[in-house]
Design a protein around this ligand. Sequence first.
Ligand code: GUN
Length: 281
Amino acid sequence: MTAALIDGNLISKKLRGEIRERAAKIPSAKGKPPGLAVILVGGNPASQVYVSSKVKACGEVGFHSVLERYPASLSEADLLKQIDTLNNDPTINGILVQLPLPDHIDSKKVLEAIAPEKDVDGFHISNAGALMVGSPEFIPCTPYGCIKMLESIQYPLKGAQAVVVGASNIVGKPMAMLLLMAGATITVCNSKTRNLSRYTKDADIVVVATGRPKMVTGDMIKPGAVVIDVGINRLPDGKLCGDVDFESVKQVASHITPVPGGVGPMTITMLLMNTLEAAER
Ligand code: GUN
């Protein structure tokens, strides 16, 4: 078997067209386009690429955006002050603080300082809690994108056996909640899981978000399973690869997401969707 690709660029293109159309209707109703503020502290190279892509995508769908770059020496107090200013800025509907933050800044405190109604990342404790009880307000962008990819192949999630590899607050935990809400039976594995393939081999859907290049291989996957690869890793030769060993897994799976061109563009698309919804509300 050679797996069919779930093309994140293609699905994004369609969704971004819809977002652009809905956004165009907002200025006449409220006098301004949807606005996103992105804050980057420090010079993490991957973060710089991500925030530039986010701001560029805003321009492509007619959103207003601002990118605020600060040196790694920015104090926590000054960052909190800036978030407060953005919370009170009527031209800004969504606020995103790119993670990771420098060690001297308490990320939890920073995320809690963002007004929940502008928390388009869905990381505020009240948005995380809303998802946990099955009434999501803002769904974290990466798992939201993964669910849209499963919807694109009309995968019947009810009763499906799903394994999420990785238990982060950003991806693994919200992913598990979304799959559970959709009626799947979920297993969440983490870096301490013994004999990981015992779980993945049983799964109809495997979502991998570990940050470890090519760690899930074809022999760990059930024939015909759907494999969603959240990882973006840079190899020593400069090439990008996922957390899934694409070459071996594509021989076994029915569907697979590529890296690049899979979950990455979907994460940005769902950020646009959340910002649009914040503006519409
Ligand atoms: N760092 C890695 N992924 C993300 C994300 O989705 N949002 C933010 N704010 N930071 C990240």
